[in-house]
Design a binder for this molecule. Structure first.
Ligand code: ATP
Ligand code: MG
Length: 426
């Protein structure tokens, strides 16, 4: 290990009170039985940044079977690399992994021999992706242990790969997207080496496991840093590889076509509450909407079938490339065309009912709400969609109220209208 590493320091911001009490119990019990046991990964990183961690993962010198002997509420999972899951009330799971050895061959090539599988704290640290993700916290000594320079990188707000960036991105190209995700979410910058390696190695994403790509594309949308994530994706030439249709339309983040998308992404970010609130279809619809809107603005008379065809054509290449699940494609297409179609649908009573009762209507509504936050939308469109939303959520009510209702009728839209609809329902 180079320089002054490893560092063991008590000069850090983590206090035992920050750590999930169940994770703390697991750490304490492991060390009482003579094993090393550290808090690792994103949990340590987030605590050092003063952010609430998503999960509290533990790495230990105990083998999975040894962990199981210590905890009754424990399951050993995984075929190749076995992990212990310790289960607590309310469905909480604390993941305990034995320190892993440095992989000496492609991990996807056949089984790893058992005696090779486990390693030391140091090998476990250096096989991780970024220095900021490889810090350990030892609750016994209250020290942060740093084998890779992660503390300095956190202080300098830098995302840096452990070891040669080109090598690490070639080993696993999804790390490129992880670099963007962490940089955006944590307010860090990829260092120069990582940036250069992303630009030179990004084509390897074409060979990466497609479900992992889609997962990262979607995570970047709902984890609270969508605007910054997608700007970085564009700056680093990743958007043009993953979603070339959209990238071609948007150009550089400094250019005009980015504005509407940035507004929508910022609206998503403002709603972030730690959970994924929107379906994959709606999240992807956010990315497509500005392009779709620009195209229909050019169409002389966009009727229903044309709107649908256009949405289908637009998303078809990505749906194949990224193997987007069929039901999410349906939501994506409906959310796009629905933005325009509801305005037409409200004029025809029967269409209006079918539209508001369709399975994909909630997606239309979600995207509309985001647009309402990001764009200036005519107030009559807002009123019309609210009316449809109200009526569609009333599953037991008869449909005559919806059929007869006119959002532009003063009386109907106000108190009187509601009274009248209630009367009709009886
Ligand atoms: P999040 O807050 O998003 O969960 P995290 O850092 O916990 O962030 P995970 O994807 O949950 O990220 O992975 C846990 C840890 O496992 C990471 O912190 C990192 O040390 C390691 N890791 C995950 N994916 C990789 C990878 N592709 N290559 C190397 N190490 C990885
Ligand atoms: Mg995690």
């Amino acid at each position: 290990m180079s320089g002054d590493l490893p560092i063991r320091t008590s000069n850090h911001a983590i206090t035992p009170a920050d750590i999930d009490p169940d994770a703390f119990k697991v750490l304490r019990r492991l060390s009482q039985f003579g094993y090393h046991a550290y808090l690792v990964g994103g949990g340590v990183r987030d605590l050092l940044l003063g952010r609430p961690p998503k999960d509290f993962d533990i790495a230990t010198s105990a083998r999975p079977t040894e962990v199981r002997r210590l905890f009754r509420n424990c399951r050993v999972i995984g075929r190749r690399f076995r992990l212990a899951h310790i289960c607590f009330a309310g469905g909480k799971v604390i993941e305990v992994a034995t320190f892993r050895a440095a992989p000496d061959h492609d991990e996807d090539d056949g089984p790893i021999r058992d005696d090779n599988e486990f390693g030391t704290p140091e090998t476990d640290a250096v096989r991780r992706d970024f220095t900021v993700n490889a810090l350990f916290y030892d609750p016994v000594t209250d020290e942060v242990i740093d084998y890779v320079g992660g503390l300095a990188d956190l202080a300098d707000r830098r995302i840096r790969t452990i070891g040669d960036a080109v090598v690490r991105f070639r080993e696993d190209p999804v790390r490129i997207l992880r670099a963007v995700k962490f940089a955006a979410r944590l307010g860090l910058e990829p260092d120069d080496e990582a940036r250069r390696a992303i630009l030179s190695e990004r084509y390897a994403l074409r060979k990466a496991a497609v479900p992992r790509l889609l997962e990262e594309i979607v995570r970047m949308l709902w984890q609270g840093a969508a605007a910054r994530s997608y700007e970085l994706m564009a700056e680093l030439g990743l958007l043009e590889l993953l979603l070339p249709e959209i990238a071609g339309f948007l150009g550089r983040p400094t250019e005009e076509p980015w504005k509407p998308l940035r507004g929508l992404l910022q609206a998503l970010d403002r709603r972030h509450n730690g959970e994924q609130q929107h379906s994959i279809g709606v999240l992807l619809a956010v990315l497509y909407w500005p392009l779709y809107q620009a195209i229909i603005a050019e169409l002389p008379d966009p009727d229903g079938p044309k709107l649908r065809k256009l949405a289908e054509t637009l998303v078809a290449p990505a749906s194949v490339r990224l193997r987007i699940p069929r039901r999410e494609i349906a939501v994506l297409i409906a959310s796009l065309e629905g933005q325009v179609r509801f305005d037409q649908a409200r004029r025809r009573k029967n269409t209006r009912v079918a539209f508001a009762r369709s399975a994909t209507f909630p997606g239309v509504l979600d995207l509309f709400e985001l647009r309402r936050e990001a764009e200036t939308i005519p107030s009559e469109q807002v009123a019309a969609l609210h009316m449809l939303a109200r009526e569609s959520s009333n599953e037991t009510g008869d449909l005559s109220a919806l059929v007869d209702f006119d959002p532009f009728d003063e009386e109907d839209a106000g108190e009187g209208g509601q009274r009248r609809r209630r009367r009709r329902r009886r």
